[in-house]
Design a protein around this ligand. Structure first.
Ligand SMILES: Cc1cc2nc3c(=O)[nH]c(=O)nc-3n(C[C@H](O)[C@H](O)[C@H](O)COP(=O)(O)O)c2cc1C
Length: 395
């Protein structure tokens, strides 16, 4: 499949309607995804990135229909991850000497994964290659956004920023352009992507965006490596990233709990009603950790100014779903958020102390020592939960 992007640039990627899980089971892709590969046909023919490995053969077959493979002058590998580089082995088998432009770190990641000797040409920020017709490809290293090997490629003349994973989303669509898809769905996927993948690198995102904006390059199109291409007011997604990278929060309180026999759910709901009854106008959301999509929960943590986490005590600890979510939360290094914990227990009641320890280690400011309820909460305990909710918001 080939979709024109602008002038001599076309999309030659893959729409993956079936993808439901990404990075193993680490990221839920309920709206599928796309692997965006771009073919530039100026005096030089250039391929930017490829597709995920299972689609390598069909990618190369489709590419052959576009251009005789030996006419490809350069490959640009903006990022070594297998969802973008996965068809390169198959392609380079047909054109073994084709120069592959990438960062020094990408030579390591590509060689580490494919164990093949390609004709690598390493580039640094500001390096460029001439592609004829007065146009150039200029490289910008994007170290740790989101791998050490990442970079973006800017095409002069057509003013296209091939941003790789930055500004992308896991969102399968035939339409492929931001002005042709549902805006609500699109921004939801962008936010989910930022919250789940880019949060730990927010300081770098901020620095890199300022660096690129200071170059005052005209940007007509931002062409990421997943999801839709930003051609209608592309700067809108850059502005969103500028908001998101600055310890983002909305006026929201997110309550996350798990339960075996409903007691901790009753606590969660009483805490939520205590917050609401206190006259607090913030959005309050309550989620069962075991029943919700973990990546959506991460997005709700990203949006929150306070999170409250509840787990019953099991085996002197917390439930496995709560532990799994807190492990994800720790890795994402959220900043400027407050937290409190709660949970039911039967005899020893270690869960709240454990939650407090994990939340503190993840950078949350604990607002109190938490609330434990012995067995199923009775009326008095429910009142305590309501008061607890109120006190979390107004300590
Ligand atoms: C498998 C299992 C292990 C448990 N282990 C502990 C424990 O180590 N310490 C404790 O205080 N309570 C323990 N409990 C009791 C629960 O914490 C108690 O039933 C609590 O009220 C359950 O809350 P829930 O209704 O939110 O699931 C255990 C319960 C189960 C089912």
């Amino acid at each position: 499949m080939h979709i024109p992007v602008k002038n001599n640039v076309s999309w030659v990627g893959k729409i993956d309607w079936e993808l439901q899980k990404f990075h193993g089971d680490e990221y839920s892709t309920t709206k599928g995804s796309t692997y965006n590969s771009y073919l530039i046909r100026e005096e030089k023919n250039v391929l930017i990135d490829s597709v995920w490995k299972p689609y390598a053969k069909e990618f190369v077959e489709n590419l052959k229909a576009e251009i005789p493979l030996e006419k490809i002058d350069f490959i640009i590998a903006n990022h070594g991850e297998v969802d973008h580089s996965g068809a390169l082995s198959e392609l380079i088998r047909h054109i073994p000497n084709v120069p592959v432009y990438c960062t020094e770190n990408a030579v390591k990641s590509l060689t580490g994964q494919y164990h093949e000797k390609w004709n690598f040409h390493t580039v640094k920020t500001g390096d460029s290659i001439d592609i004829g017709n007065g146009k150039k490809l200029v490289f910008v290293e994007m170290k740790m956004l989101h791998w050490p090997d990442s970079m973006a490629t800017y095409m002069t003349g057509d003013n296209i920023l091939f941003s790789n994973d930055a500004f992308g989303q896991h969102y399968a669509s035939n339409s492929l352009f931001n002005d042709l898809v549902d805006k609500g769905e699109l921004f939801e996927e962008c936010l989910k992507y930022y919250a789940n993948i880019l949060t730990p690198f927010s300081a770098l995102v901020d620095k890199k965006i300022q660096e690129v904006l200071s170059l005052k390059l005209p940007i007509d199109i931002i062409a990421p490596s997943h999801g839709v291409i930003w051609r209608d007011n592309p700067i809108q997604i850059v502005q969103k990233y500028i908001e998101w990278c600055k310890d983002y929060q909305e006026d929201q309180i997110t309550i996350l709990y798990d339960t075996m026999w409903e007691g901790t759910r009753h606590m969660a709901e009483a805490i939520a009603s205590g917050i609401r009854d206190s006259g607090c106008t913030s959005t309050v959301k309550v989620f069962n950790i075991s029943k919700s999509d973990k990546n959506d929960l991460i997005t709700e943590v990203f949006k929150a100014k306070h999170i409250l986490v509840g787990s019953p005590t099991i085996g002197k600890g917390i439930t496995h779903a709560t532990a799994g979510l807190l492990e994800m939360i720790e890795g994402l290094r959220f900043r400027n958020k407050k937290a409190a914990s709660f949970g039911c227990y039967g005899w020893s009641g270690e869960a709240v102390a454990k939650l407090n320890k994990l939340l503190t280690a993840s950078g949350f400011e604990l607002v109190n020592d938490g609330l434990k309820a012995l067995w199923e909460p009775d009326g008095t305990t429910i009142d305590q939960c309501k008061a607890f909710g109120k006190s979390v918001i107004n300590p």
